[in-house]
Ligand binder design. Structure first.
Ligand SMILES: Nc1ncnc2c1ncn2[C@@H]1O[C@H](COP(=O)(O)OP(=O)(O)OP(=O)(O)O)[C@@H](O)[C@H]1O
Ligand SMILES: [Mg+2]
Length: 404
């Protein structure tokens, strides 16, 4: 009897040991599975976040750490929308309502990273079965959106380039005729010295127009070789051409030329840049003022390059902070019918071709505003390098307009 009892107890013991083992196995398996799932969630490049109905974060994967720059420890327990400074495309209440009704929401959000940078995210929110937590899967699509914007802008520019090409082509024929007429006029026996000098000036200007049309037609490519340009000479030419307007607007000119180092390039292109800058400065000083034109040598430390800085400074109305980012965009103008908004855009295109940069800022003081447009032109720039290696593969850096 005792033996039978002992055997029974032994059997029960063995059975319970087996069950414990099985349960332990199961636990290990589910723990492994759990860890595997957590690892899978970590492998995902998307930010995966779980938060409760009060917005408090309870899960934050490695993708979220990478996307936002905040660690798991930083994030757990924080209110998601305050923490990430979320901006919704529609009122937040509407998002929560849709989430409650459909248990799912999909849209685009703007949130902040740890370093303060604002990013655009494709967001999918799903409510759990118990209605007490929301799973959010967010993908950073900022670069995609920016690339799309740039593509749209470049398509716009390409279309504009085509239109400019057609116009330049149409201008070319009458221009050739006018140039010939002026040539005949200059050599006309009845012409006295004074009108002849005027005709010569007009011919020089016509030359400039021809150059601009050629340049537009060939998309800023010219067949002739670049030459050495001395900025003081070129700037004096520009100021000379603007003499009448400067006088009429009662503008005093101050020139300080501290560098004689040459820049290599095409004079008509650089003349175009400074005609635009000086023209803008004059237009900004309708009530008179002072125009400063300064030239000095300098180093662009971002590229470790020696070069020349030309500053065109005016005491006019100044640039509004909200306009500062848009000045260099094509067709941006605050001059209603008086401006096409192409001057700075074209100037920036030319300066970038020289591997240079153009920046601007307005300093507002008690005595009035001072606006400075600065052009840096490298001593050995893109043109020289292209010329030296006899190909045109010099890289171009896009110089964003200076912060205001
Ligand atoms: N020196 C300046 N002071 C104040 N605002 C300026 C100055 N230079 C440029 N701006 C602003 O930048 C805008 C764009 O200048 P941009 O030269 O490209 O075009 P625009 O002068 O309006 O037209 P245009 O094509 O005839 O040159 C101007 O409309 C003006 O608002
Ligand atoms: Mg202009």
């Amino acid at each position: 009897m005792a033996n039978t009892e002992t055997r029974k107890i032994d059997r029960l013991n063995t059975e319970s040991d087996r069950r414990v083992e099985e349960r332990a196995d199961e636990l290990t398996r589910s723990e492994t599975q759990f860890k595997m799932r957590a690892r899978l969630l970590d492998i995902a490049s998307e930010a995966i976040i779980v938060r409760d109905m009060n917005g408090l974060i309870s899960f934050w994967n490695a993708g979220a750490e990478k996307t936002y720059g905040w660690t798991r420890e930083d994030a757990i327990g924080r209110n998601i929308h305050q923490f990430l400074q979320t901006t919704f495309p529609v009122p937040h209440e509407q998002v929560e309502k849709e989430l409650g009704e459909k248990r799912f929401w999909h849209g685009r959000l703007t949130q902040s990273k740890r370093n303060g940078e604002r990013i655009i995210l494709d967001c999918r929110k799903t409510m759990n079965d118990e209605n007490d937590a929301v799973l959010e899967v967010n993908r950073d699509i900022t670069t995609v959106i920016k690339a799309e914007e740039m593509l749209r802008a470049s398509e716009k520019l390409a279309a504009m380039g085509r239109v400019a090409g057609i116009i330049a082509h149409e201008i070319n024929n009458p221009l050739a005729a006018i140039t010939n007429i002026f040539y005949l006029l200059r050599n006309h026996p009845l012409l006295s010295d004074e009108p002849r000098a005027l005709v010569e000036r007009a011919e020089q200007e016509l030359d400039r127009v021809s150059h601009i049309t050629r340049q537009t037609l060939s998309f800023y490519r010219e067949s002739k070789q670049p030459i050495m340009i001395f900025m003081p000479e070129l700037l004096d030419d520009v100021l000379e051409l603007q003499q009448r307007l400067l006088r009429e607007s009662k503008i005093t000119v101050r020139r300080i030329y501290q560098s004689t180092a040459p820049v290599t390039g095409y004079p008509s292109e650089l003349r175009q840049v400074f005609m635009n800058l000086v023209g803008n400065a004059i237009q900004a000083m309708a009530e008179g003022g002072t125009l400063g034109v300064f030239v000095r040598e300098s180093t662009d430390w971002t590229k470790n390059q020696r070069g020349t800085i030309v500053s065109v400074i005016d005491t006019g109305m100044g640039i509004q902070p909200e306009d500062a980012q848009r000045l260099f965009q094509p067709f941006f103008s605050t001059k209603s019918t008086k401006g096409t908004g192409l001057g700075l855009w074209i100037s920036q295109g030319i300066v970038q071709k020289y591997d240079g940069r153009i920046t601007c800022r307005t300093i507002r003081g008690k005595g009035g505003n001072v606006t400075c447009f600065r052009v840096f032109l490298p001593g050995i720039g893109a043109l020289d390098r292209a010329h030296h290696v006899e190909n045109d593969t010099a890289s171009h850096e896009v110089n964003a307009p200076a912060a205001h």
